[in-house]
Design a protein around this ligand. Structure first.
Ligand code: AMP
Length: 357
């Protein structure tokens, strides 16, 4: 455990996208500084951070200088190369820890970990060859989904298998890379819990939100989610169990499928999460502040929700509706400062308060 960071201390953040940007804003409100490490030029987080290093994750000299210039290190994405971690971890504490990263970077390790905690996941099989896939289709059946073990996001790195799909062509389509075949879950809806754990082991979870995806990308998160009281508690207990088991410090997202047989976990993300953006206008202390508090060694805030609310992502040219959206007094507007509204690109989001909680 590190001592609580003093005002003006610096948090290093790997990744300079919108999550790094909103983490930097939260840190700044608490009087803390941030330093962003990002390979791409002009990252959204760079506009609001105190310092930016533009370098690749293979640049050990840049990583060393970055780590030496900060007090603790965190990240906004989970696919950090192992070699880069080796370099920075030898210089400053990295939170959440390596085990959280390794577990969530690989879909098979993640499912084995969750199952070991007694949590439910979709039926799955490890696939390393075309023959493995043919065998997996026999045991898991169709419909099913073939997903790459690593580097998948926003529905990328996935192929759906129907009864008439030729497994060999699905294998080729996914790029013949280590994968997992998952049984297709006939869920009624999807929910997620954003949980936080402090350096002293205190756990605080936000209420579950109900998520709707469009074209594989999160479209809306609505609070309250449609869950019975026991499902609500099951979701929060699952998140708490995962946080404790990983000796986690920071914010974690857990995505669930809601089925008549209970909640199944789709995946976990060791970072602040798009489905937690509603907390910015639905709670006094949001997921970004909660994460900064945790990695700074501060006590966590109260995650209580004061409002019913819907978060809607602004994807591509949907950001052009800002003039209309900004007239609505119940809407909190959050834009990421990205110059070009490319198709499928997350440009911002809106949180619309729909009533008291
Ligand atoms: P993922 O990238 O794994 O989060 O998957 C993206 C979306 O695909 C999920 O949010 C679900 O809507 C859908 N999906 C993923 N896995 C399954 C599954 N095993 N059964 C049904 N739908 C799924």
């Amino acid at each position: 455990m590190t001592n609580p960071l003093a005002p003006t201390a610096t948090i290093g953040i790997l990744g300079g996208g919108q999550l790094g940007r909103m983490l930097s804003v939260a840190a700044s409100r608490l009087g803390l500084k941030t330093h962003i490490f990002e390979p791409g030029a002009n990252p959204p987080a760079g506009q609001v951070a105190d310092a930016v290093t533009t370098a690749s994750y293979e640049d050990h000299a840049a990583l060393t200088a970055f780590a030496n210039s900060v007090d603790v290190i965190t990240y906004e994405f989970e696919n950090i190369p192992t070699n880069a971690l080796d370099v920075i971890e030898s210089i400053r504490p990295v939170m959440p820890n390596r085990r959280a990263l390794a577990t969530s970077q690989d879909r098979i390790s993640e499912k084995e970990f969750l199952t070991s905690l007694g949590l439910q996941v979709a039926p799955y099989a490890n696939v390393e060859t075309a023959a493995d896939l043919a065998h997996a289709v026999e045991t898991i059946g169709t419909p099913s989904i073939l997903k790459t073990r690593r580097f998948g996001y926003d529905g990328k790195g996935q192929v759906r298998l129907k009864p008439d799909t030729d497994p060999t062509s699905a294998w080729t389509e996914l790029g013949e890379t280590p994968s997992v075949l998952e049984g297709f879950i006939d869920f009624s809806h999807e929910v997620s819990v954003i949980g936080a754990r402090s350096q002293s082991g205190e756990v605080v979870c936000f209420d579950p939100g109900e998520n709707v995806h469009r074209d594989g990308i999160l479209h809306t998160t609505t609070l309250p989610a449609r869950l019975s009281k026991s499902q609500h508690m099951d979701a929060i207990l699952a998140a708490g169990k995962i946080l404790n088991a990983l000796d986690y410090v920071g914010v974690l997202g857990v995505e669930f499928f809601v089925t008549p047989q209970g909640l199944l976990i789709n995946e976990i993300a060791p970072r602040v999460h798009n489905s937690g953006h509603w907390t910015q206008n639905g709670c006094v202390i949001d997921q970004f502040e909660q994460h900064i508090r945790a990695v700074a060694g501060w006590p966590l805030g109260d995650g209580k929700r004061h409002s019913n609310i819907t978060m809607t992502n602004l994807i591509g040219d949907e950001v052009n509706d800002v003039a209309t959206l900004s007239k609505d007094a119940s809407v909190g507007l959050h834009l990421y400062g990205k110059a070009e509204a490319k198709a499928g690109r997350k440009m911002g989001h809106v949180n619309k308060i729909t009533g008291p909680a």
